[in-house]
Every structure is written in structure tokens, then in C-alpha cells.
Design a protein around this ligand. Structure first.
Ligand SMILES: C[S@@+](CC[C@H](N)C(=O)[O-])C[C@H]1O[C@@H](n2cnc3c(N)ncnc32)[C@H](O)[C@@H]1O
Length: 204
């Protein structure tokens, strides 16, 4: 990373970042925000443009943006800072670690826009959304909460659809998905001829 990015990671991270630890997620978010609004979890946020839009659309919610890639974390921190949003925190963490410290009913929505596709069959085991991920998500979503995934890889969409259908706690929803911006990754997919599929399931 450049010196400027390192500086912003420290400067903006101190105010808008969240250093995840092993305590219950609810406690960590209460420390960060000082109140207990419902939580939206945005996984693999990249540059954070869609996170900013989500937070603007949900001013009464907290948004926890989770990202592993340091330069993307800096970009997301800058986007949140420029938007002047006090309801967002960016966690430098693995989404699975966030779900591990969440309690049943903690999440009002869980969203994954274009998770890394790992298109080669021999790499499919690296995909973030697998049976364990869906099962853990179903445990921590509140009743009526949504699970929303968008991907431009049809076989990933089919695999996730099958996982959502197989979990009795989740009900797939037909119809238009929740509004979201076109993300940077989606733009690249469209340019390569791949259309997005949105999958939405509601926690019963
Ligand atoms: C293909 S990019 C999509 C970024 C953005 N959502 C978009 O649509 O432009 C996937 C992102 O997920 C992040 N990621 C991958 N595995 C993750 C994990 N286990 N937890 C959190 N983020 C993860 C990657 O670092 C990457 O930024």
C-alpha cells in the first residue's frame, strides 16, 4: 500500500473502523455506535460504494461493512468518510469471523454483492458461501430478515440457490431484489458479457 493509504487506514480506521474481537457482536457494535439500532451486514464491500448507498437508504440502521483486502478497506473507509456517514463501520475481518460472534437474531439483513467467484471447478471450495456459511447466516438472521446475494457466475448462483432452498429456516423470495447500485465488480462482469443474478431469502 502507498504511504497515503497507510495513513488513511490509521486515521479513518480509528474513527470508522471496527477491530473485531471475540466478544458478542452486539456488545462490539454497542461500543462502536453507542446505541442498539438494527444491524445490516455487508460482506466483501470492495470500494464501499454500495455500502454507502445502503446506509443512506437505511438511516435508522447500523451497517457493518466487512472486507479482507487492505487497499479495499482504505477505499471503503474513504467512501464512508466522504459520505459523512456515522452509521457505518468497516471491519478488517473475515465475514465468517463476524458470523461466529453474532447471536441468533442479531442481523436485520445480510448482503453479499459479487463474492469472489473462484470460477475454476478446482477452486470452488474457496467460495465464501457454502453450506456452513448459509447455516450460520440462518442462525443469526432475525425473523423476517433477508439474505441477499448477487453474482454474475451462473453456477455459483445455482449452488447458493440450492443451499437456500435446502434450509427450512429460509424462504426464497421471487420478484425484484432490494435496490442496490451497480458495483465496480458487476460493471466488469457486464463488460465481459455476464449478467447478474440476485438471490433473496427471508428468515422465517
Ligand atoms: C469480487 S469482489 C466484489 C466487491 C464489491 N462487492 C463489488 O461488487 O464491487 C469480492 C470482495 O470480497 C472480499 N472478500 C473475500 N472473502 C472475504 C471474506 N471471507 N470476508 C470478507 N470479505 C471477503 C474480497 O476482498 C473482495 O473485495
Amino acid at each position: 500500500m502507498t504511504e497515503g493509504k497507510r495513513r488513511d487506514l490509521a486515521r479513518l480506521g480509528a474513527r470508522l473502523g471496527l477491530v473485531l474481537d471475540a466478544r458478542p457482536l452486539d456488545d462490539q457494535l454497542a461500543d462502536a455506535f453507542g446505541d442498539g439500532a438494527p444491524t445490516l451486514l455487508d460482506v466483501g464491500v470492495g470500494s464501499g460504494e454500495a455500502t454507502v448507498a445502503w446506509a443512506r437508504d437505511h438511516p435508522d440502521h447500523h451497517v457493518l461493512a466487512v472486507e479482507l483486502h487492505r487497499p479495499s478497506i482504505v477505499a471503503a473507509l474513504r467512501a464512508v468518510d466522504e459520505a459523512g456517514l456515522a452509521t457505518v463501520r468497516v471491519a478488517d475481518a473475515d465475514a465468517r469471523a463476524v458470523l461466529d460472534v453474532a447471536a441468533p437474531g442479531d442481523l436485520a439483513q445480510l448482503r453479499l454483492l459479487f463474492p469472489d467467484p473462484w470460477p475454476k471447478r478446482r477452486h470452488h471450495h474457496r467460495r465464501l458461501v457454502d453450506a456452513a456459511f448459509v447455516a450460520r447466516a440462518a442462525e443469526v438472521l432475525a425473523s423476517g430478515a433477508t439474505f441477499h446475494l448477487a453474482t454474475d457466475w451462473p453456477d455459483y448462483a445455482a449452488a447458493v440457490r440450492a443451499l437456500l432452498e435446502a434450509d427450512d429456516r429460509l424462504a426464497l423470495v421471487d420478484g425484484p431484489p432490494p435496490s442496490r447500485p451497480v458495483t465496480a465488480y458487476e460493471r466488469a462482469g457486464v463488460a465481459a458479457g455476464r449478467a447478474a443474478t440476485d438471490l433473496v431469502a427471508v428468515r422465517r
